[in-house]
Design a protein around this ligand. Structure first.
Ligand code: ZN
Length: 480
């Protein structure tokens, strides 16, 4: 930063604040500086990191369109669309541009008639105010914050300005968005940032096409970071956003605190690990050439993150869809393992331990012994299985039939209650009832699904033995 000659200097420092973007950026600075913690980042480290950011921003902003280096500009454009480095009218002369970008990280003035305000992020002294052009999602119609009255912009100290522009290094970036992680465990945040800093380097060298690979997602990277630091009870939040001029957006998804425990239970138990792999294999999507277009491990990881707006697919729902998929290869062992995974999730994450066997046995008895074909009665049950009221009517009918036939009826009113109500937890019980019925029928030799080819069976049997939550290729942890 030799080109900047500011007035009297304040002590440059870096703070990890509670703002997710500043925080992710501050972690990136810590990693870029090669320090273990934020407290060990020196003023000289900050200068070096700022210098590197300036160099790489300028390289991206003056790169030829279509080149790999230009891809980093796309990431910057998704975060700071109106900045001096990303604006369509930016100087193409690198020397001119560099001076403009260096100015972003000018040291804060102290006294000398310059107003020093309290930094928006860390409350330290800041003589520079920034607006939305340099601060993702600030002061737009869909902003996280609103500007205090009478202040010409957001005061941001030098440490936080560097952090905010180190954000693309510390976040999971694509050509049109960025995702950051906040977590109760600092070490997991650092781990996430470390992987992203390595990945940023590869994006700058190779471009997104060669780095994004088989659809690895930030959820998978976040879960792997949690696992790497052996977190126990720990909530995590992913903040994905695009700072677009017209349509800025922010999407927030969280995991429940028990997720690390749940994953540890799954990894430590062979049948549950097999079930998780079956889920990953079932979620994997391939193109006609057999190349992975959607990674099953990434999609499985995504299911553990719940959207704030409720618009996310539930883990239990997907697992039950898999259990009810009559077209997939299956062994009786698969059913038992998958059901075990569903019940472990229900217990560890939702804190419920339903006993579904009595009602499931009632339904299985009726499907096996009622009038007409078992397939027809299964379909009748399946059609009402997720509606408490209609399921209640069907249970009545089934019970009546079994009683008239002189058979024992295994379920009591207490067993019915959590399945036919509308209270929270009831739909999860109904969801789990279907595979429970299906398993009882399978154990009795009542087959409802079609057989699949031997090749397909063999492929699944081999793949199910590999580790869970793995990358389909080495794109993230590959050579940097
Ligand atoms: Zn600050």
């Amino acid at each position: 930063m030799g080109a900047v000659n500011g007035p009297a200097l304040t002590t440059a420092s870096l703070t990890l604040t509670g703002h997710p973007f500043q925080r992710a950026g501050a972690w990136a600075v810590v990693v870029l500086a090669g320090r273990p913690t934020v407290d060990e980042v020196s003023a000289a480290d900050l200068d070096q990191v700022a210098e590197r950011i300036v160099e790489e921003v300028c390289a991206a902003a003056t790169a030829a369109k279509g080149s790999a280096a230009y891809d980093w500009w796309k990431a910057l454009f998704a975060l700071y669309p109106n900045s001096k480095a990303t604006h369509s009218k930016r100087p193409q002369d690198r020397v001119v541009l560099k001076a403009a970008v260096e100015e972003l990280f000018v040291v804060d003035a102290e006294g000398g008639g310059v107003a020093v305000r309290s930094c928006t992020f860390c409350r330290g002294g800041a003589s520079v105010v920034w607006a939305k052009s340099n601060l993702p999602l600030f002061d737009t119609n869909k902003a996280l914050n609103t500007l205090p009255p009478g202040v010409p912009g957001w005061p941001v100290c030098r440490g936080c300005r560097i952090a905010v522009w180190a954000l693309p290094y510390g976040s999971w970036v694509t050509a049109g968005s960025a995702t950051v992680l906040t977590c109760e465990r600092d070490a997991a945040e650092r781990e996430f940032a470390e992987g992203n800093v390595r990945r940023a380097r590869r994006v700058m060298q190779l471009g997104f096409d060669r780095v994004l690979g088989a659809g690895v997602r930030p959820e998978l990277v976040a879960l792997r970071a949690l696992r790497a630091v052996r977190a126990e009870l720990s909530g995590t939040t992913l903040w994905s956003f695009k700072n677009d001029n017209q349509e800025p957006w922010l999407r927030v998804t969280r995991t429940r605190r028990a997720v690390p425990c749940f994953l540890a239970v799954v990894e430590g138990n062979a049948p549950l690990r097999r079930a998780w792999r079956l889920l990953e294999l079932w979620l994997t999507r391939r193109d006609k050439q057999g190349a992975v277009v959607s990674s099953g491990s990434a999609e499985a990881a995504r299911l553990l993150f719940e959207a704030e707006d409720g618009r996310s697919v539930s883990f239990l729902y997907k697992l039950c869809q898999l259990l009810n998929d009559k077209g997939r290869p299956r062994y009786a062992q698969d059913e038992a393992d998958l059901m075990g995974l569903a019940l472990t999730y229900t217990k560890e994450i939702l804190g419920m331990e339903p006993d579904l066997v009595p009602v499931a046995t009632l339904l299985a008895d009726w499907i096996e012994h009622g009038s007409g074909s078992p397939r027809g009665r299964w379909a009748e049950y399946y059609n009402v299985s997720q509606n408490g009221y209609r399921l209640g009517l069907l249970l009545n009918k089934a019970q009546n039939r079994l009683m008239l036939d002189g058979r024992d009826v295994p379920a009591t009113a207490n067993d019915w209650r959590p399945l036919i109500g509308q209270r929270s937890g009831h739909w999860e019980h109904r969801m789990l009832l279907t595979p429970t019925v299906s398993k009882i029928l399978a154990d009795r030799g009542v087959r409802l699904n079609e057989r699949v080819s031997e090749d397909e069976e063999r492929r699944v049997r081999e793949a199910v033995e590999s580790p869970i939550l793995s990358y389909e290729d080495d794109e993230v942890n590959g050579p940097s």
